[in-house]
Design a protein around this ligand. Structure first.
Ligand SMILES: [Zn+2]
Length: 190
């Protein structure tokens, strides 16, 4: 059949890699597109079925859904609905869920790609928090909290570098400090 094989130099079209979800340990299983936003249903690639406490194998019990704002694609907010499996170990009844730390910080509302998009939008394109929140399809406080938390995380990781800093905050008027050897940018105001 003609058309089944991609042209030379092209890989087969693949939503997971196009949306950079492979970097987050996720795989797209479905899509729901509306004029103003897109939802991608995802699953966690790593099955994660071994008990962290006793090492025995777990049996899947049920699933939970974690919602994450991803980087906007096609000029509309893109939301991930990640299905996370919950397990119970056979021997002792320990329970756990698939690890999603590759996808996002614990309890975060933004995926790692979403967070990176937010930081780059603020620092490189000088977008306001309000505009970033609109781009991600989240509340202003959610965008602001995520950027603040990331700023603090990076600063704490880098102890000693900001010894003279007495107060840290993020504002829409910023100073930029660029981390060594990395395009990643931290926004701080002192
Ligand atoms: Zn166990």
């Amino acid at each position: 059949m003609h058309g089944a094989t991609p042209e030379a130099g092209f890989a087969r079209a693949d939503m997971t890699t196009f949306c950079r979800l492979d970097e987050l340990g996720l795989e797209v299983t479905g899509q729901r597109l509306t004029p103003d936003h897109a939802v991608l249903a995802c699953r966690v690639v790593n099955s994660d079925q071994w008990c962290r406490r006793c090492g025995c194998e777990g049996t899947p019990r049920d699933t939970v859904t974690r919602r994450l704002a991803h980087e906007p694609l096609g000029r509309r907010p893109t939301i991930l609905h990640v299905t996370i499996r919950r397990y119970r170990c056979i021997n002792r009844g320990h329970v756990w869920r698939q690890d999603t730390t590759k996808a996002a910080e614990p309890r975060a509302k933004l995926s790692r790609r979403g967070l990176r998009w937010a930081l780059e939008a603020i620092v490189c394109q000088h977008l306001t928090i309000a505009r970033v929140a609109e781009g991600l399809g989240v509340a202003w406080t959610a965008a602001n909290d995520a950027v603040l938390a990331e700023g603090k995380r990076v600063l704490i990781d880098d102890t000693g570098r900001f010894d003279d800093v007495t107060a840290i905050g993020v504002d829409e008027h910023v100073w930029c400090h660029i981390r060594r050897g990395d395009k990643y940018v931290t926004v701080i105001m002192t």
